[in-house]
Design a protein around this ligand. Structure first.
Ligand SMILES: NC(=O)c1ccc[n+]([C@@H]2O[C@H](COP(=O)([O-])OP(=O)(O)OC[C@H]3O[C@@H](n4cnc5c(N)ncnc54)[C@H](OP(=O)(O)O)[C@@H]3O)[C@@H](O)[C@H]2O)c1
Ligand SMILES: [Zn+2]
Ligand SMILES: [Zn+2]
Length: 347
């Protein structure tokens, strides 16, 4: 085993403490990565706040990171020591099921191994995330970070980015598509950038009118204030695709109302049971969908697209020692548009 340092919440608590942790010794197809930058995803907040038993495994969040390869196992051919890499929220999958063989490891029938809170497929241990100075993973689930992408601002591409990229691509968003994005946060602002770069007409549906100017800077053509019934009514039936990133359970009716005939609402935010008025789907043959993370081919394609179009996240970079502030501010929606932790303050 190898020792590193990270930010860990014990048992049922949600407070992160800096502690030494163990990473596994490299397997034949593993790489060790010095984690330089890790994004703070709203899912980290959900994970820390979710009720856990006192004897639950310790929780170390962090599932969108960039860094540098420091060691490779003997079977690794894709990377060398010194390479810059990016890693997202999946670090392994069965590799043989229909989803995996189709390049949709994110939908592995045997469930993919999550970067934190997952179960390692070999030793059964609970994975610890990248709020840490080092991460060890199978090389197949790391991606070369394209030159030209700022490593700090690229880190959020690996969860926030890929999570909106896959549905945008699966729903054939391109020139002529009318896309709405609800919730202008980490996922939402990248959805705006991607949809605009794909050639779509993009609207942001936000609670705050004061985000309008910024939404336009990010590539949106229009802002709809969700708390203004007249604006919601005027936008009725207008969008082929609505990417919903709202992180709390909410009534889908007003949002389905914005979707055009045969259009799709892709619900990516807070997951769990919701109630749907099926008449909202019936009128206009609308579709309700969801998605999460991305397969290996789509992740590589997204990074290439970002390199070609100069797309990264808009970030606020903080020393990892300020992780508690970052989480509190994220909870208060005081972030434009992603916090990224600089892990160089850990040894
Ligand atoms: N499906 C997946 O695989 C996947 C992957 C990553 C994240 N997620 C989930 O996606 C959600 C968004 O994540 P994120 O990191 O983008 O979060 P975020 O940065 O906090 O952004 C969420 C945005 O939603 C809006 N919002 C916040 N609270 C709201 C409320 N009470 N009612 C209505 N709108 C609200 C805000 O935008 P406005 O101020 O513009 O209204 C906020 O900026 C989270 O639930 C996260 O767990 C899912
Ligand atoms: Zn995430
Ligand atoms: Zn599989």
């Amino acid at each position: 085993m190898r020792t590193t340092t990270g930010w860990l919440a014990h048992g049922s608590t949600s407070t992160l403490h800096q502690v030494p942790i163990l990473r596994r010794s490299l397997r034949r197809d593993d790489i060790a990565v010095r984690v330089d930058y890790c994004g703070v995803c709203h899912s980290d907040l959900h994970a820390l706040r979710a009720p856990r038993d006192a004897d639950a495994p310790a929780l170390m969040p962090g599932h969108e990171f960039t860094g540098v390869v420091t060691e490779t196992g003997p079977d690794v051919t894709r990377f060398r020591v010194g390479d810059s890499v990016a890693v997202g929220n999946i670090v392994d999958s069965c590799g043989v099921c229909a989803a995996c063989t189709a390049g949709q490891e994110n939908f592995c029938r045997d469930f993919p191994t999550l970067t934190y809170g997952g179960t390692d497929r070999h030793d059964g241990s609970t994975t610890l995330g990248a709020y840490s100075r080092e991460y060890v993973l199978r090389d197949e689930f790391a991606y070369p970070l394209p030159a030209g992408l700022d490593p700090a601002a690229a880190a959020p591409l690996m969860c926030a980015g890929i999570t909106v990229w896959e549905p945008l691509r699966a729903l054939d968003v391109g020139p002529g598509t009318r896309v709405a994005v609800s919730g202008l946060g980490g996922l939402g602002h990248l959805a705006v950038k991607f949809a605009a770069a794909l050639g779509a007409e993009v609207a942001v549906v936000s609670r705050s009118a004061d985000r309008a100017a910024e939404a336009v800077r990010l590539g949106a053509h229009e802002v709809i204030v969700s708390t203004e019934p007249s604006q919601m009514a005027a936008a009725r039936d207008r969008f082929d695709v609505l990417i919903d990133t709202i992180p709390v359970p909410h009534d889908l009716s007003p949002y389905l109302g914005l979707v055009a005939m045969d259009g799709t609402l892709s619900h990516l935010g807070h997951l769990g049971p919701i109630t749907v008025e099926t008449t909202d789907l019936l009128v206009g043959r609308k579709k309700l969908s969801s998605a999460g993370s991305g397969g290996r081919p789509a992740t590589a394609a997204m990074l290439e697209f970002c390199a070609a179009h100069g797309i990264t996240a808009d970030i606020e970079l903080l020393p990892s020692a300020q992780v508690a502030d970052a989480l509190d501010r994220l909870d208060r929606n005081d972030v434009r548009y992603r916090f990224v932790l600089d892990l160089s303050d850990l040894s």
